[in-house]
Ligand binder design. Structure first.
Ligand SMILES: [Zn+2]
Length: 133
């Protein structure tokens, strides 16, 4: 399953039946190739529609829409995966010189799937990565 098809499939099932079909609550739907790392309360995957190569999304395992509803334990475990993903990306691609880290909270802010997502977007000198607005 290629990444663009997967992303469209995600949006499709989300529209039909919100929480019970939340793709991010059913990681097995991604297949093993999409999963990078996980711990007790979070996991990370490569973005289905990456802004740049190795764009990673870190997600809480619990279905929670807003970043501001995460528990302290979830925030700690998410942060561990953000750091691990940053390190892994720099190892995989030495041309990465920086990162954008962002979270969209609410539809008005650009959140399209109501499951909290923390984005880690590698920035390279040869390509520009837009800063989150
Ligand atoms: Zn969910």
């Amino acid at each position: 399953m290629n990444e663009i098809f997967l992303y469209r499939w995600i949006l499709g099932i989300w529209g039909k039946n919100a929480q019970t079909s939340c793709i991010f609550c059913n990681l097995s739907n991604f297949g093993t190739a999409q999963e990078l790392t996980k711990n007790t309360s979070a996991y990370s995957i490569l973005a289905p529609e990456p802004i740049s190569k190795y764009h990673t999304i870190v997600l809480p395992k619990r279905h929670v829409t807003s970043y501001f509803d995460l528990t302290t334990t979830e925030l700690t475990n998410i942060n561990k995966l953000v750091f691990a993903s940053q390190k892994k990306t720099k190892t995989r691609d030495p041309s990465v010189v920086g990162f954008n880290i962002f979270v969209n909270v609410g539809e008005a802010a650009g959140q399209t799937i109501p499951h909290c997502q923390i984005h880690l977007v590698p920035v390279r000198l040869s390509t520009s990565s837009p800063s989150p607005s």
